[in-house]
Ligand binder design. Structure first.
Ligand code: GLU
Length: 477
């Protein structure tokens, strides 16, 4: 069996496409199929090599491996469509010779006018077949006017195209309803997607086309081309669309949609893969945190649901936090360190830092959260969150600050501050529980929540501890 993932290199890898790549990968692993990576780069204006490179990198990062592709070659290459134009030309000749295609000399302006008319009449535009049966003289006359023809595929009426879709079930199209004869080669000689995808899937011996539902309307056109050329039609499986939480097409408006940005923010590839791979089906056990081997073992196209999947950003974050917490400390530290180094260029990678990271890592959902979490330990004055600041303006908090201030100028010193300060304040003020801990925490960390004070204080160090108390005394009392 052979599957393919066929990205267009016109930007970063989108999570929707990454999900297509991921499901093809599960299929490959499950059935020991060959995975083809084909670059669909015939949109010369928008396709770039940088985009191709970043897509390949993101796929590799997600753990998706392919067997044939532009970087590793294979028996059915080349694997960039831009390098296959000779092949397409050959097939265009065949289609023209067999009468399955013809040259069309209609100009853009003429077609636009027809389209406009259809729009006004509230009807879908159907190419009226103007150039279907031109004589040689008519063609010459157009060419003498300097018109460059497109090549159109001749769609015969009355053909029923039945797709036995592995996900959608049986989907039937009638050839009358696909918009008339469609262009397969543009006037500048560039062949169009529906056409070359058919040639490539066939020549690359693709057996299963697993892709997004947005391509379902293209399928009858691709089948007609294959049938005209006497080529086999692959098995199709169209995955339901990904929607944003408001049930409209997933877009940047909803949140991050680019794999590269997830990567930058410190998501783990295993977590993102897990999330994407399980968007439209569930395991019988109901497990959601599932390693790739188990996903492979349980995967079947028939388990994929028909209805659209909602991309739940919060759930992805939660999933990531589980993977992050399960990482051994060294691995987690490796992941956090670049963010720390960037935010605190003067920091030393030492035992203290390791302890700080260990203390707060449990609060990080994604690796970049570490910057905010460890900020508690940096700076002579804490950065106050709003609720902490409000708390510090209450009378009880002022009593705590005043007492702490007096203690650091009398009995508390660097040897006893971690064990004595809170106890002594408790004795002196009679405050206890929340009324004591919350202001104290707010005073030394600037926040109302965080790791245990017993852990924070030794790591904070006596000097910072006293400076923060001094500052609060000056500001709030
Ligand atoms: N290049 C197409 C895309 O990026 C995919 C083509 C296909 O899967 O048939 O949407």
């Amino acid at each position: 069996m052979r599957v393919r993932f066929a990205p267009s290199p016109t930007g970063f890898l989108h999570v929707g496409n990454a999900r297509t790549a991921a499901l093809n990968f599960l299929f490959k692993k499950k059935y020991n199929a060959t995975y083809i990576l084909r670059i669909e780069d015939t949109d010369m204006e928008r396709s770039t090599r940088e985009s191709e490179e970043s897509i390949l990198n993101d796929l590799k990062w997600l753990g998706i491996q392919w067997d044939e592709g532009p970087d590793c070659g294979g028996k059915f290459g080349p694997y960039r469509q831009s390098e296959r134009f000779d092949i397409y030309r050959e097939y265009t000749e065949k289609l023209l010779e067999g009468g399955h295609a013809y040259h069309c000399y209609c100009t853009q302006e003429e077609l636009d006018a027809q389209r406009q008319k259809a729009l006004q009449a509230n009807k879908p535009f159907v190419y009226p077949g103007t150039c279907r049966n031109l004589t040689l003289e008519q063609k010459k006359a157009f060419e003498n006017q300097g018109r460059k023809p497109t090549v159109r595929f001749r769609v015969k009426d009355g053909i029923t195209l039945s797709i036995d879709d592995q996900i959608k079930g049986n989907v039937v199209f009638n050839s009358e309803n696909i918009g008339g004869d469609f262009i397969i080669v543009r006037s500048d000689g560039v062949p169009v997607y529906n056409y070359i995808v058919t040639i490539d899937d066939t020549l690359m011996n693709v057996t299963h086309v697993i892709r997004g539902e947005d391509h379902l309307p293209n399928t009858p056109k691709q089948m007609l081309i294959a049938m005209a050329l006497g080529l086999p039609v692959p098995v199709y499986a169209h995955m339901p669309l990904l929607l944003g939480p408001d049930r409209t097409k997933l877009s940047k408006r909803h949140g991050i949609t680019s794999v590269a940005v997830y990567r930058e923010q410190g998501y783990l590839p295993q977590a993102l893969f897990n999330y994407l791979a399980l968007l439209s089906w569930t395991l019988e056990s109901g497990d959601e945190i599932v390693p790739v081997e188990k996903l492979v073992a349980e995967f079947e196209l028939s388990k994929i649901g028909k209805s659209s999947a909602i991309f739940d950003f919060q759930k992805l974050k939660w999933m990531n936090s589980v993977y992050l917490r399960n990482l051994p400390f060294d691995k987690a530290f490796e992941l956090f360190y670049p963010y720390i180094e960037k935010a605190y260029p003067a920091v030393s990678n030492n035992k203290w830092l390791a302890q700080v990271v260990d203390t707060v890592r449990g609060n990080c959902e994604i690796a970049s959260d570490i910057v905010k979490e460890i900020s508690v330990f940096f700076g002579d004055t804490a950065e106050f969150e709003e609720d902490a600041e409000n708390m510090l303006n209450t009378p009880d908090a002022k009593t705590v600050i005043q007492t702490a201030y007096e203690l650091i100028h009398s009995t508390i010193n660097e040897h006893n501050y971690t064990t004595e300060t809170l106890n002594t304040i408790k004795q002196k003020t009679g405050l206890k529980g929340k009324m004591l801990f919350m202001p104290f925490r707010a005073m030394v960390t600037g926040r109302l929540h965080g790791p245990e004070l017993d852990k924070i204080l030794p790591l904070l160090g006596y000097e910072r501890f006293t400076k923060r108390i001094e500052y609060c005394h000056q500001r709030f009392v």
